[in-house]
Design a protein around this ligand. Structure first.
Ligand code: GLY
Length: 317
């Protein structure tokens, strides 16, 4: 395989409150590293950034620990509605589905819309697409998420959102936590792609739209690609992903673009995180939340951000 550039990869499984202890950290680390190892070897064998991102998102959606696909949180009415988006940086083409139900991998539908004249479909339209593509009906509900919702119903929905990871024993308290999954890849031909998928905040109103299937939460050009996590409304208000990507396109280096965007987010008291790659192969991440569940492959090593607990932190790999 002719490697024009060294492939790079960064993924996330959400942002939020700190994980409970070393055991919680190790469980999440194992899940993330498994995805990084498999997807990075795909990139090394010549897979495109789009293929790698879709594979990574599928694996994270299939892990019941994370809030996307299987293990998605329930909304206020007890239903699961999922959203996902894919953005091909070379084509600068965004596609996605909003509030889809009863499918295993929402990212597959986002991928199928890349070549469609109508590239973002919501509820009924997304369901019709799934039928048209003969996607088998699938129930993404897990016992843990159902119990979480039943408990919240008993408490009259005092919590404003559900947990970032689905296992109670992995998180340190029951305060607000935010789950989403995301993958950003640079392939051997220099193409960038970003993908993001979520079950939403949990306990939200019917019809609420997540940032994950908007450019605000998932954006890529030929210069840079970003996937966000955190409170959707905060990400939308900052228009975070395009804010970072456009800065890089205008000539700012990736680290400075992240630093500036996260200082602004912090000043505006936002609760969010993001992972990013640029076309030169630089990898970066940032957060204003307590933790960001991110892991990466820089061409030599695998690393992660799981034990970076200081708030408002921007890092480069
Ligand atoms: N960032 C995921 C959501 O707020 O829905």
């Amino acid at each position: 395989m002719n490697l024009l550039v060294q492939p790079k990869l960064i993924i996330h499984g959400g942002a939020g409150s700190s994980l409970k202890d070393k055991g919680g950290v190790e469980t999440v680390r194992r899940s993330l590293y498994q995805v990084v190892e498999q997807v990075y070897s795909l990139l090394m064998s010549g897979a495109s950034a789009n293929e790698a991102v879709v594979k990574g998102c599928q694996m994270l959606e299939d892990n019941p620990c994370f809030n996307a696909g299987t293990g998605s949180v329930l909304q206020s009415d007890g239903q699961i509605r999922m959203s996902a988006a894919l953005m091909d940086g070379t084509a600068q083409s965004f596609s996605g589905v909003i509030n889809i139900t009863r499918v295993k991998n929402p990212i597959d539908l986002a991928l199928s819309l890349q070549d469609s004249p109508d590239r973002v479909l919501s509820d009924y339209g997304a369901a019709e697409l799934a039928r048209e593509l003969r996607v088998p009906s699938y129930n993404p509900l897990t016992d843990t998420r159902l119990e979480e919702w039943l408990q919240e119903r008993q408490d009259n929905f005092k919590k404003t959102m559900a947990g970032v990871v689905a296992q109670k024993e992995l998180v340190s308290n029951n305060n607000a936590r935010r789950g989403t999954i995301g993958v950003v890849a640079l392939d051997s031909q220099g193409n960038l792609c970003a993908g993001t998928s979520t079950g939403g905040k949990g306990f939200e109103r019917i019809g609420r739209v997540s940032d994950s299937a908007m450019p605000a939460g998932n954006y890529a050009t030929k210069y840079a690609a970003v996937s966000c996590t955190g409170i959707g409304e905060d990400i939308i208000d900052e228009c975070l992903a395009p804010r970072i990507v456009v800065r890089v396109g205008d000539g700012m280096n990736l680290q400075d673009a992240m630093q500036r965007s996260f200082i602004e987010s912090q000043e505006n008291k936002r609760d969010l995180g993001a992972i990013a790659l640029d076309a030169k192969g630089n990898i970066a991440w940032g957060k204003t939340s307590q933790i960001l569940l991110a892991a990466y492959h820089n061409g030599e090593n695998i690393g992660d951000t799981l034990e970076v607990s200081q708030e408002m932190q921007v890092g480069k790999v």
